[in-house]
Design a protein around this ligand. Structure first.
Ligand code: NAD
Length: 428
């Protein structure tokens, strides 16, 4: 268990010092994070076994978010992202929840669903009844495909059957509802769906077509809430403005898309860092963000508590695992999971939701106060300086010149560099 996630001055340490502080805080063996060095991470051989036609691997920065307390547990969160300001923003807002108990989560059982589509059925409603009546037989057949999952306490929990009219014909669609325990579960439920399909076709009196999980994982929900301190946020007026800024995303899909993108900045970074399937999580999250009126809306809600502090809540499907997929084979994903200290997929999902909420609150706060560009651009300016050719010792000077001139652009960075390097110039 991590002793504390509150490591002040973390950003001022060298990379080696940060790793040392992280492994010691998380109680890991001293060199557990060495695989995060580019030359020690995923090898070409390992990559070659993961996907097809491999020609290399891509490096993505992994930053450590500090200050998180999730369900009473201090946790240091590795985030894989190429976007500046994301890690700093999450850490900053997480700090503002600490005196109010951090992030509190709950979740449903890890239920994933597979769909079996049946076509050419003469009596769809009759077929539905026959399939439901055969539930025990179908469940037994599906469970027989994955004795390991059943041994771990998972397996099929139920089936449901939907009759779905379309412009072509009426489809009968069977859902297999499976407790996948600590797996993301796609392979597990797909195998089951394919195995039961012939029997489903026979019972329904039709032909099965698709047999695949649904990424609308709406039976596998994680919820998080946190209280962000009014004074640390900037006072009562900031809280009021944040609530209005967040409400804008509730009522307007154009704003909701960007608001939710901010949430996914946090979520996707942790999902990727742990080797989980970013597309599956994103598909599940966006398909969940539909209000009762059928409109795309905000994934989160913000309100004031009785003392004027900001209360944020977020509820999303979180189909992530610890045992399968890339998490099992990618050495950096394994080190990141160890750092997080998540013992179950549920615990991982809880941390991911907490980061999503912190990230969301950070963006809403920036937008409702000084605007997003100041913080974002000062960090982005470092990328611009480096891509313009600034050496390590030149970066700070180029960044401050660009910010001062409100010109965070490659050509301006090049001009500044040229001036600095001119014989009469020098680092200002
Ligand atoms: P998996 O098949 O590698 O691992 C799951 C299996 O691990 C289970 O079936 C079980 O037999 C075993 N297991 C051992 N210990 C377990 C435990 N404690 N809890 C649960 N199971 C345990 O992987 P998966 O999670 O079934 O599938 C995930 C992969 O499928 C991801 O890589 C994902 O990208 C990919 N995928 C996704 C989609 C999609 O999202 N549409 C479609 C196909 C494949």
């Amino acid at each position: 268990m991590t002793s504390t996630s509150r490591i002040s001055g973390f950003r001022n340490l060298s990379i080696d010092e940060r790793r040392e502080r992280a492994v010691s805080a998380a109680g890991l063996e001293p060199h557990r994070l060495d695989v995060l060095s580019p030359d020690r991470g995923l090898s070409l051989d390992q990559a070659d076994h993961m996907v097809e036609n491999v020609i290399g691997v891509l490096g993505v920065p992994v930053g450590l978010a500090t200050n998180f307390v999730v369900d009473g547990r201090d946790v240091l969160v590795p985030m894989a992202t190429e976007e500046p300001s994301v890690v700093a923003a999450a850490s900053n807002l997480a700090r503002m929840t600490r005196d109010h108990g951090g992030f509190v989560t709950s979740s449903t059982a890890p239920l994933m669903q597979a769909q079996v589509q049946v076509v050419d059925v003469v009596d769809p409603e009759g077929a539905r009844m026959r399939l439901l009546a055969a539930a025990s037989e179908l469940i037994e057949l599906a469970n027989a495909q994955d004795p390991a999952l059943v041994a771990f306490g998972g397996g099929v929990r139920d089936i449901s059957v939907r009759v779905i009219p379309s412009s072509r014909q009426t489809y009968v669609v069977l859902h297999l509802i499976v407790d996948v325990r600590d797996a993301m579960g796609a392979n597990a439920v797909n195998t089951m769906a394919e195995a039961i399909a012939p029997r489903v076709a026979e019972i329904a009196g039709g032909r099965t077509l698709l047999r695949i999980l649904t990424n609308k994982a709406d039976l596998r929900i994680t919820r998080v809430s946190a209280v962000f301190d009014r004074e640390l946020l900037g006072g009562a007026e900031v809280v009021e403005n944040m609530v209005d800024a967040a409400e804008f995303a509730v009522v307007d899909p154009y704003r909701a898309a960007t608001h939710n993108k901010g949430i996914m900045n946090g979520i996707t970074a942790v999902v990727l860092a742990t080797g989980n399937d970013t597309r599956a999580v994103e598909a599940g999250a966006h398909s969940h963000a539909i209000g009762l009126d059928g409109r795309y809306t905000s994934m989160s809600r913000f309100e004031k508590d009785a003392d004027g502090h900001l209360v944020g809540t977020l509820e999303l499907p979180m189909p992530v695992g610890l045992v399968g997929g890339a998490t099992k084979v990618h050495p950096v994903a394994q080190a990141n999971v160890a750092l997080l200290g998540a013992a179950t997929a549920d615990e991982l999902a809880a941390v991911i939701l907490a980061v999503g909420l912190a990230q969301n609150a950070a963006a809403v706060r920036a937008l409702a106060t000084e605007g997003i560009q100041r913080g974002h651009m000062s960090l982005h300016a470092r990328n611009v300086a480096v891509s313009a050719g600034a050496a390590k010792e030149e970066v700070d000077a180029v960044v401050s010149r660009m910010i001062e001139a409100k010109a965070v652009r490659a050509e301006y960075a090049e001009q500044v560099l040229a001036e600095m390097r001119a014989p009469s110039g020098g680092v200002r």
